[in-house]
Design a protein around this ligand. Structure first.
Ligand code: AVJ
Length: 326
């Protein structure tokens, strides 16, 4: 017997803007040809990468997920009261959508629009949410939300306002200059009455940060190295995963965790017929995870045309959820 899929309700639609097709190879060739070498963290999230990220979120050292989820549980009613019901809730990087469930229960939006680059994760979480919220119209959009988003279907939905939800401190993947541009585009998407609810990891003791990205079990290392595995399988490459190691450290000047993959010896790697030479000890930069104090982030939001309305911070001052209005 074939496993049965959850019933697809008439409330659900899936729009695939094919975010990765064709771009992945170009980006990898450009990144490996650059100096220093770099790869985009958005490519971490193939099926295995999503699994590994879920595992990271459960690690004792990785505080952001559970801290943000607790903030949502403790303050969802307050957040919903500030935002008001009947809006169009657009979520960037919806992934597993656990925090969203907490918000949906109190916010009661007119419709929910999860946007994610990972098609499989998006489909799975949409099916799960649909089962839990059978009356809620859901328009799932598979797209790279770091690019300008064009979804004409959204114009037809009647809603009191647009609310953009961007949890998980994913904005930390961008440099502050890129983050400001991203927030400008988010403000345009949110429109005149719009609002944004955004989770941002706080600056803190560098030892706490270091541990969160260098876990004892080595899951983060596997997550980082999985990028090479993905390039091997999707782009006809021959990275030897045993010849690279995970490196993560807090860059105090830039206020960010940096992740790199370091070549353990001199070696040549081929990707779709293109050759790249690595020196022993040479690093590929794979991720930035920028950390912001409350004030730093509020300044950034203001520079992008948002008004900071409220911020929720946990007692340990690990994580912040900001409410911004256009
Ligand atoms: C999903 C980008 C917020 O920066 O903490 C976790 C990704 N990388 N461990 C982060 C990540 C390594 C995560 N973000």
């Amino acid at each position: 017997m074939t496993p049965s899929l959850p019933p697809i309700s008439p409330h659900i639609s899936f729009i695939d803007l094919q975010p990765v097709v064709g771009r992945f190879l170009d980006d990898v060739i450009a990144g490996l040809g650059a100096s220093p070498k770099a790869l985009s963290p958005k490519y971490f999230y193939d099926a295995r990468g999503c699994e590994l990220f879920e595992a990271i979120c459960e690690l004792p050292e990785y505080y952001p997920t559970r801290t943000e989820l607790a903030l949502m549980r403790d303050h969802a009613a307050d957040m919903a009261a500030q935002l008001g019901g009947g809006g169009l809730l657009i979520e960037f990087g919806s992934g597993a959508s656990v925090k969203t469930e907490v918000l949906l229960r109190t916010l009661r939006p007119a419709a929910y629009v999860p946007v994610d680059i990972a098609a499989d994760a998006l489909q799975a979480s949409t099916a799960r949410l649909a089962a839990g919220f059978p009356q809620l119209p859901i328009i799932a959009v598979c797209a790279d939300y770091m690019q300008p988003l064009r979804v004409p279907e959204l114009e037809r939905i009647k809603a009191s306002r647009r609310v953009i939800y961007f949890p998980g401190s994913t904005i930390g993947n961008l440099t502050p200059a890129e983050a400001q541009e991203f927030l400008l585009r988010a403000r345009d998407l949110a429109g005149a009455e719009g609002a944004m609810l955004i989770g941002v990891d706080l600056k803190k003791d560098p030892d706490v940060l270091h541990a969160a990205y260098n876990d004892a079990e080595g899951v983060t290392a596997e997550f980082n190295l999985n990028l090479l595995r993905r390039i091997n399988s999707e782009l006809a490459a021959d990275f030897d995963l045993d010849q690279f190691r995970h490196v993560a450290f807090y860059n105090t000047t830039a206020g960010r965790i940096e992740m790199h993959l370091e070549s353990l010896r001199e070696q040549t790697v081929t990707v779709s017929g293109y050759s790249f030479v690595f020196a022993a000890g040479e690093r590929m930069h794979t991720e930035n995870s920028c950390k912001y104090s409350v004030q730093e982030f509020q300044r950034l939001a203001q520079a992008a045309g948002f008004r900071p309305v409220q911020v929720w911070v946990d007692a340990g001052r690990l994580f912040a959820v900001h409410l911004l209005e256009v």
